[in-house]
Design a protein around this ligand. Structure first.
Ligand SMILES: [Zn+2]
Length: 151
């Protein structure tokens, strides 16, 4: 289920960007549930090791932001997307929400045609942190991202 707040739906660009972002996470899950799981672990633990890390540094978030910007530009136009992203940055700034502000700065400034290697980036994070983070399955196996996720 995808839940989008009514305040987000009030702006068509916000609705499209948010919906596309969440749908991309479904696609990521379908492509590799293990890869998405590893990213979830990074999402909740990376800051402990890299204090300046933001959600946009997590590979699946980065990809979802790039893809959702591409979709929003195709549906709503580049101008509307830029205006929306700018407004989000200003809003988060006024609320003092640094985390969300960083997220929207990334979204605003990244080119939607940027190619991004979500697998390569995730593997590199996992290599760096596999001895200190519990990914919930054996990430020392070759091609650990292939296969089902056991509970
Ligand atoms: Zn996300």
């Amino acid at each position: 289920m995808i839940y989008i707040r009514h305040t987000t739906c009030a702006d068509p660009t916000g609705l499209v960007a948010t919906y596309a972002h969440e749908l991309q996470h479904f696609i990521q899950h379908r492509r590799s549930a293990r890869l998405l799981r590893a990213n979830n672990v990074l999402y909740f633990n990376l800051k402990q090791f890299e204090p300046n890390a933001t959600a946009s540094d997590i590979p699946t978030e980065r990809e979802a932001n790039i893809v959702s910007k591409r979709v929003a530009e195709a549906v709503c136009g580049e101008e509307a997307v830029n205006a929306f992203a700018d407004a989000q940055v200003r809003l988060m700034e006024s609320l003092g929400n640094e985390e969300q502000k960083d997220r929207w700065v990334f979204f605003r400034d990244v080119s939607s045609s940027t190619g991004y290697d979500v697998l390569g980036s995730t593997v590199s994070f996992v290599e760096r942190y596999r001895t200190v983070m519990d990914f919930g399955f054996d990430v020392s196996q070759p091609e650990w991202w292939l296969g089902p996720l056991e509970d």
